[in-house]
Ligand binder design. Structure first.
Ligand code: ADP
Length: 398
């Protein structure tokens, strides 16, 4: 194993621990995997470890993230590559919420842990899991630098007119109510890559990035700095997602509360049963496309709703940027669904975008999908959040 800038990137969710061992300089991934169903009372956890394309999957005992971390170390010890702490440049942690405190990555110490804990009310599902991952990794690699990379950090350049909600001062000050934005590492990586593909320095390109996975968000990036993004206080705002609705009338919670819907049911419905799932019964976009092709009326409407919402945001962000140089589609749906890309681009004629059906349908993973005479290019740019986290961690330490 080379001793370049090897980073173990960890992404700890409430019941999962994903990891990747990546060289921040070359992007080479020497191993990746995940442990899922951590701490579930009725099911064994499942661990998958992949080295050189060879995956091994097994049931394991993992009652908490510490146990899951031991499973990961065991997978490296059994299946390789050797995971020598001395050869490890850093452990990079994806942390969802950095509030307005963290504008860039930081080396984890007690003060950082306290600050991430303090932000739990803003990310009650994610930050506790991220902290569990940090604690497990500190125990496993006590002498290796641990770096926290925040999903919100890239959006800390938003100007006040873009991040301030028009709500009472007390809410903004005491309850920290403002737009934070998420998917920041993906937007940072893809916007920089798109600038390069457009033949510009990142500081000279104005782009819109559409991160369209199970969660989805748009970002407007001016000269490398994010100036607006569609997710807000939470990852519920903005685009229509797999199971989340995106933009809603703020009167909805009180309206439903008066009909007897509890806050717990409301939260659950908006996190787990809305979006594509609420409209069609499934949050799997491949299945939605199959239903559209079979003429299912709900799925046809859902595709229209999703594409219309995305196109509205692109139009708004073109205005916010003043000049738009290009658009990027990324993440599961953005990278893999020609149907969705065509539905969006067909609504963007005003911006001079014309989809090229052949290029949209197939080609290399990274490619332009608009016609040559299109006034504005749209690209597919595969995201790589792990590499971005590794690079940011190494850049901080070097
Ligand atoms: P997450 O937000 O969970 O990381 P991903 O970025 O992996 O999500 O995206 C998951 C979504 O991408 C799912 O809705 C899935 O159906 C969709 N997807 C993946 N491959 C394709 C494909 N070939 N065509 C259409 N949708 C796809």
């Amino acid at each position: 194993m080379s001793a370049g800038a090897l980073v173990l990137v960890l992404n700890a969710g409430s019941s999962s621990l994903k990891y990747q061992l990546v060289d921040a300089d070359t992007g080479a991934v020497s191993a990746s995997g995940l442990v899922e169903r951590i701490g579930e009372p009725d099911a064994k956890a499942v661990a998958r470890h992949t080295v050189s394309g060879q995956a091994t999957t097994r049931e394991v005992d993992a009652a908490d993230h510490d146990a899951a971390m031991r499973v990961v170390l065991d997978a490296f010890a059994t299946h390789g590559p050797a995971l020598d702490a001395r050869a490890l440049y850093a452990v990079g942690h994806r942390v969802v919420h950095g509030g307005d405190r963290f504008r860039s990555p930081v080396v984890v110490d007690e003060a950082v842990i306290e600050a991430v804990e303090d932000l739990v009310p803003l990310a009650p599902l994610h930050n506790p899991a991220n902290l569990a991952g940090i604690r497990a990794a500190r125990a496993a690699f006590p002498t290796t630098a641990q770096v926290a990379v925040f999903d919100t950090a890239f959006h800390q350049t938003l100007p006040p007119h873009a991040f301030t909600y028009a709500v009472p001062r007390q809410w903004r000050e005491r309850h920290r109510v403002r737009r934070y934005g998420f998917h920041g590492t993906s937007h940072a990586y893809v916007s920089r890559r798109l600038a390069t593909l457009l033949g510009r320095e990142p500081g000279e390109a104005n782009v819109v990035v559409l991160h369209l996975g199970n969660g989805a968000s748009a970002a407007a990036v001016a000269g490398g700095a994010c100036i607006d993004t569609s997710m807000g206080l939470s990852p519920l705002e903005g685009l229509v997602m797999g199971t989340r609705p995106g933009d809603l009338d703020p009167a909805l919670p009180s309206h439903l509360a008066r009909q007897g819907v509890s806050i717990e049911d409301y939260d659950r419905a908006l996190n787990a049963d809305s979006g594509l799932r609420g409209l069609t019964g499934t949050n799997d976009f491949r299945e939605v496309v199959r239903l559209v092709e079979a003429g299912d009326a709900d799925a046809v409407l859902a595709l229209d709703i999703v594409a219309y919402r995305i196109a509205k945001y692109v139009g708004a962000y073109a205005v916010a940027l003043g000049r738009l140089d290009g658009l990027a589609f990324t993440a599961g749906i953005g990278e893999h669904s020609p149907t969705l890309r065509a539905a969006v681009l067909d609504r963007l004629g005003l911006l001079g975008m014309r989809v090229d059906p052949g290029r949209n349908e197939e080609g290399p993973a990274e490619r332009v999908v608009t016609t040559q005479d299109s006034a504005m290019p749209a690209w597919v740019v595969p995201t790589n959040e792990e590499l971005e986290i590794a690079r940011q961690a190494v850049a901080l330490l070097r």
